[in-house]
Design a protein around this ligand. Structure first.
Ligand code: FES
Ligand code: FES
Length: 187
């Protein structure tokens, strides 16, 4: 037997499992190699290409998805570890570009993105942290998004977007409270 044949890749190449989970509200069952990461499963098997791969070893946070409402780095999880869990990607937030989620509207309004590579992760992390309905200071937002690296924006516009999204969600959605968003911004 050669060294190549005895490598971990060779030994586990044919090892598969059936995994069943919910992804963006739909139950999904697939046979997957046990070595497949959750990120690769979402992108390659389910075509959810909002899941972006940067470093692929847990540093950049761009592969962030929500697992049972909490953010996880999908490059560090195996697909089989998601068995029985609920996964959300940014594709779940809006049906099309004319019906954006309030968080997506806030990122657009505040120019909280440039190249967009980190944006799906930032939007999902924003959904997670705003679930408590609380207002946040700049420093609090800065700390809460610190696990996701943005190469472009300098972060202040993202912080503004998170705070804007919080105002929208607290009043029930975009425009639901008339001019209150603008008043809150100027306060
Ligand atoms: S691609 Fe997962 S943390 Fe960078
Ligand atoms: S907008 Fe480019 S990496 Fe964040």
């Amino acid at each position: 037997m050669t060294t190549t044949e005895n490598s971990p890749e060779a030994r586990y190449a044919g090892d598969t499992r059936t995994v069943t989970l919910r992804v963006n509200g739909q139950e999904v069952t697939r046979e997957v190699p046990t070595r497949t990461t959750l990120a690769d499963f979402l992108r390659d098997d389910l075509d959810l290409v909002s899941v972006h791969l940067g470093c692929e070893h847990g540093v950049c946070g761009c592969c962030t998805v929500l697992l049972d409402g909490g953010s996880v780095r999908s490059c560090l999880m195996l697909a089989v570890q998601a068995q029985g869990h609920e996964i959300e990607t940014v594709e779940s937030l809006s049906a099309d570009q004319n019906n954006l989620h309030p968080i997506q509207e806030a990122f657009a309004e505040e120019q909280g993105l440039q190249c967009g590579f980190c944006t799906p992760a930032m939007v999902l992390r924003t959904k997670e942290i705003l679930a408590d309905g609380q207002e946040r200071t700049d420093d609090e937002v800065r700390h809460e998004i610190s696990g996701i690296l943005c190469r472009c924006t300098g972060y202040q516009n993202i912080i503004n977007a998170v705070q804007n999204a919080g105002r929208k969600l607290r009043c029930g959605g975009a425009g639901g409270c008339g001019s209150a968003h603008d008043e809150a911004k100027g306060a």
